[in-house]
Design a binder for this molecule. Structure first.
Ligand code: WQD
Length: 349
């Protein structure tokens, strides 16, 4: 019984692979390294001491997907693979629709052909768009406001239609809030390409002296201190939520969306303060204009995941900041290309 992890070399994918391997699952991992590096595979093995099968492959390669399902007894899929930069999706929508939607359709075609109907999908709180109220519940209206978010919302609808057509489908739609932090070992973490778009990796690089100061996008929001409020969740808590969702889809049928957050919001300035406390590093910042598309406040109502998945985030904001800083300070240039690459992992032909 193997679990296929698409995008398993990515930030959330790699942390989920660690938790799945530690829980005793057999993994088949697929990644095209468009937003990750081979070195992470070696580190997953280093952390867990466990082997797994890896394919450097792409969900747009139908033959490659068919080959994986033909060679392995796949029982369920956790689907992370997809582009996720909001700004880039606005300038290159077709790239996002092709990659995220067509890739998912190819995956579902292969799953259906091989009688695999259990799927955990990496969705996002971005499907809520501008929330009508906070905390946000799963039955809040959806209204993604950018092509990236619309790919997530469309894929959720596609998966619901699949279940209507064949009630053997069992799908968990995991709507992530703001994942941050890193595994406590400091061996895996967030390794964005170029200048980080997201707050925590940007703060981490300011702390490491790689960036001069943080630009705080707006201090006139309807929040306690005027800066944007978000629900930051430790990536390991998020990874553990995937284990619970996998257990759930293996046991049931139907389609359920779950908010994976902490249920608490923190402002940008609170995050700066928390990171300074946790790292001992000063974070110089300057207030700038609002970033287009940002909302005042966004945080989760997590009762459904708490009750139905028996899951709750456990790590504190201090844990998140300490683990983020531990990763950054131990890996100032992220994952360097390993010369021996992933010789210790079975590389499929
Ligand atoms: C958080 C807060 C910014 C950077 C995004 C995607 C979402 C999801 C998570 C994939 C906001 C402020 C940020 C900076 C700042 N990704 N900020 N200066 O926008 O909530 O969500 O990542 O699923 O789809 O939209 O996260 O980290 O970019 O911003 O002031 O340099 O930090 O205004 O208030 P966001 P973020």
């Amino acid at each position: 019984m193997a679990i296929l992890i698409t995008g398993g070399a990515g930030y959330i994918g790699s942390h989920t692979c660690v938790e799945l391997l530690n829980a005793g699952y057999e993994l088949v991992v697929l990644d095209n390294f468009s937003n990750s590096k081979p070195e992470v595979l070696r580190r997953i093995k280093e952390i867990t001491g466990k082997d797994f099968t890896f394919y450097e492959s792409d969900l747009l390669n139908v033959d490659a997907i068919e080959s994986i399902f033909s060679q392995h007894d796949i029982n369920a899929v956790i689907h992370f693979a997809g582009y996720k930069a909001v700004g880039e999706s606005v300038s290159e929508p077709l790239k996002y629709y092709h990659n995220n939607i067509t890739g998912t359709l190819n995956l579902c075609d292969a799953m259906s052909r091989h009688g695999v109907y259990d799927l955990v999908f990496s969705s996002s709180a971005t499907v809520y768009g501008v929330p009508k109220q906070v905390p946000i519940t799963e039955d809040s209206p959806l209204g993604a406001t950018n092509p990236y978010g619309r790919t997530k919302q469309m894929i959720e609808e596609i998966l619901r239609d699949l279940h209507v057509s064949d009630n053997r489908w069992s799908v968990a739609l995991l709507r992530y809030f703001n994942p941050i932090g890193a595994h406590e070992s400091g061996k895996i973490g967030e390794d964005p390409n170029g200048i980080p778009n997201n707050l925590m990796p940007y703060i981490s690089q300011v702390a490491a002296g790689k960036l001069e100061q943080l630009n705080v996008f707006g201090d006139d929001y309807e929040t306690l201190d005027g800066t944007g409020v978000r629900d930051y969740i430790h990536v390991v808590d998020l990874a553990k939520g995937h284990l619970k969702a996998l257990e759930s889809v293996l046991l049931t049928t139907g389609v359920d969306a779950y908010n994976l957050g902490t249920g608490f919001g923190h402002s940008v300035l609170e995050m700066v303060d928390a990171f300074e406390q946790a790292s001992g590093q000063k974070i110089p910042f300057v207030i700038k204009e609002r970033r287009p598309g940002d909302v005042d406040s966004c945080f989760a109502d997590t009762r459904k995941a708490n009750q139905k998945l028996n899951w709750a985030a456990e790590k504190t904001l201090t844990n998140m900041c300490k683990d983020a800083w531990n990763w950054q300070s131990n890996n100032p240039t992220g994952y360097t290309e390993a010369n021996d690459l992933v010789t210790s992992i079975q590389i499929a032909p």
